[in-house]
Design a binder for this molecule. Structure first.
Ligand code: C5P
Length: 222
């Protein structure tokens, strides 16, 4: 039985375009948007700020449980009333997120918080385990893929445009390392749900991916 409130899940590895496509879908359909990766990034950031070791499972789970976070409707994320959007988007923050995300108690602590995003008229859920664990009864499940090289190229372009200096070889290594950790952990590993539509985005533009997902959604309503 699908959830009464419609959910579209977009899962896949880092740098595949999930965030961009999810935001476009949420805007087009006028649905709510869950950026689940941000919750893991925020948990890791709060731990760093409080000097908590990232694999101290009980302590990190307590931080996740009590995160004082606000997602602003106009964009931007507040952690204890400070705007932390830029701080959580760095490569280091992403790597730290994947360390805390491997801890089962942390995933458990964030479960209810993610479920609370399920509100009318619908939800676009972006992450690694949206279709497998958090919203297994979603109306439509999409799993985006692209090679590590292609994802590194996209990330490189974004970072260079923002004025950062990075080496593409370092980005490829970081992406591979993060994939490895996300796919091989025992709690909710990164993998496509059995009923997910897999889209390889390596050769596609953002707009082409967006159109493909919209078509899958429209097909459900025909
Ligand atoms: O998607 P994003 O890059 O923001 O995610 C950061 C990290 O958080 C991922 O590498 C992954 O380890 C973790 N994550 C997760 N489950 C999710 C979303 C993110 O484990 N649903």
């Amino acid at each position: 039985m699908p959830d009464l409130i419609p959910v579209i899940t977009l899962d896949g590895p880092g740098g595949v375009g999930k965030g961009t496509i999810s935001a476009l879908l949420a805007e087009k359909l006028d649905w709510h948007y869950l950026d689940s990766g941000a919750l893991y990034r925020l948990t890791a950031l709060a731990c760093v700020e409080k000097d908590i070791v990232l694999d101290a499972e009980h302590d990190v789970a307590a931080i996740a449980e009590n995160l004082a976070v606000k997602f602003l409707p106009q964009g931007g994320i507040l952690l204890e009333d400070n705007d932390v959007e830029a701080l959580i988007r760095t490569e280091t923050a992403g790597n730290n997120a994947s360390i805390v995300a491997a801890l089962p108690m942390v995933r458990e602590a964030l479960f209810k918080r993610q479920k609370a995003f399920l509100q009318m008229p619908g939800l676009i859920a972006d992450g690694r385990d949206m279709g497998t664990t958090i919203f297994p009864d979603a109306l439509l499940k999409v799993f985006l893929t692209a090679s590590a090289d292609e994802r590194a190229k996209r990330r490189y372009k974004q970072l260079i445009e923002k004025g950062n200096s990075v080496k593409i070889a370092d980005l490829v290594n970081e992406i591979r390392e993060r994939d490895e950790r996300d796919m091989n952990r025992s709690a909710s590993p990164l993998k496509a749900a059995q009923d997910a539509h897999i889209i390889d985005t390596s050769e596609l533009s953002i707009n082409e991916v967006f159109e493909k997902v919209m078509q899958l959604y429209k097909n459900l309503n025909q």
